[in-house]
Design a protein around this ligand. Structure first.
Ligand code: SAM
Ligand code: SF4
Length: 338
């Protein structure tokens, strides 16, 4: 008796038993700032518009992977808010059967204008990237002068009704140390969850060096010296990359994403769709699977499902940053979708 493609390819389990339920979708490779750990300073070549998946193409891809067990989506980029009409995509994706949550990672520059529309469209969660709590350091990192706009965006999001907003800060030695205590205070006084993410070798200009990674453990010690003990918070989802803590006095929540010092690949449940429709099984993958060719070449849903399944089967046990023969992906973070 023949089985349906849904039965054949669901769940999206890889060779190491990891079940993939989480999809990160890059909606653009464009960005309105130029963080040095992600993009080149000048002469960025973006993909031409016709190469970027339409909302309908993204929604079709999501319908297929939702049938294979994917239930959580995160929109990213590039900067997702520079993509015109993003709330409409949120609405389309939230309505797909099987999708429990649509979340967004943004640099916050355009959030003041868009927060209310995103909330109304059904966006469930917001992560806002902010690496420094002073305008000078922010400018040094992002090569743009928009610190105040981001701060306004964060408060506009809260005003629009988003709860448990997360602030993501990339942790870089020589820059982040003096931001740690201000971020601790920000988390405690303002009630935003702050997450420190170790700097990964995905910058466009190839300047990453291991000595520039500021390990989460070191940040934790700096915070504890100032504010007292941090105690582990319950982990409702063991596949989440962050390890979260709360201060012992109950004020303030801090998370650590330590892909370099403490890789969590063995629990990874994520797959990625780039803005031009390539499926990736890892940030550090050297290989991609061409969903756009299927979407635009008259392919069936079954062919799309088979392509995603094949991609998952090709997933390696870990990112391999520490391997002597480690090769960086050909693309930088903004081209993959962080
Ligand atoms: N533009 C949006 C933003 O910045 O939030 C979404 C895309 S960005 C590529 C997603 C996340 O990746 C951000 O939190 C950013 O700080 C992080 N990121 C970018 N390059 C990184 C790197 N080399 N190492 C660690 N995190 C990085
Ligand atoms: Fe843009 Fe986000 Fe990359 Fe910064 S991290 S350059 S905001 S895509």
């Amino acid at each position: 008796m023949s089985t349906s493609w849904q039965e054949r390819y669901r769940p999206l389990v890889d060779r190491f038993g990891r079940v993939h339920t989480n999809l990160r979708i890059a909606v653009t490779d464009r960005c309105n700032i130029r963080c040095f750990y992600c993009m080149p300073a000048e002469n960025v070549v973006f993909r031409p518009r016709h190469e970027i998946l339409s909302f309908e193409e993204i929604a079709r891809f999501v319908r297929v992977v939702a049938a294979l067990g994917v239930n959580k989506l995160r929109l990213t980029g590039g900067e997702p808010l520079v993509r015109q009409g993003l709330p409409e995509l949120v609405r389309m994706l939230s309505a797909i059967p099987g999708i429990h949550e649509v979340a967004l990672t943004t640099n916050g520059v355009l959030l003041r204008e868009q927060a209310a529309a995103l909330k109304a469209a059904g966006l469930a969660r917001l992560n806002i990237s902010l690496d420094a709590l002073d305008a000078d350091t922010f400018r040094r990192i992002t090569r743009r002068d928009v610190y105040q706009r981001v701060i306004e965006g964060i408060y506009a999001a809260r005003q629009a009704g988003f709860q448990r907003i997360r602030i993501n800060a990339v942790a870089i030695r020589g820059i982040t140390e003096e931001q740690v205590v201000p971020f601790g205070r920000f988390a405690r006084e303002e009630g935003f969850e702050v997450r420190f993410i170790e700097y990964m070798p995905l910058d466009a200009e190839n300047h990453w060096e291991r000595r520039r990674v500021l390990p989460g453990e070191e940040i934790r010690r700096l915070l504890e010296a100032e504010f007292g003990p941090l105690v582990p918070a319950p982990r409702p989802d063991p596949s989440q990359p962050a390890v979260d803590y709360v201060f012992a006095d109950g004020r303030g929540r801090i998370g650590f994403i330590n892909p370099v010092s403490e890789p969590f690949c063995h629990e990874c449940n994520r797959l990625r769709l780039t803005a031009e429709g390539q499926v990736r099984n890892c940030l550090f993958s050297l290989q991609e699977w061409d969903a756009r060719a299927v979407l635009r070449g008259g392919g069936t849903d079954e062919q799309l499902a088979a392509l995603v399944f094949e991609c998952i089967q090709g997933k390696k046990p870990g990112h391999g940053i520490d391997d002597p023969d480690f090769l960086r992906p050909h693309r930088a973070m903004y081209q993959i979708g962080g």
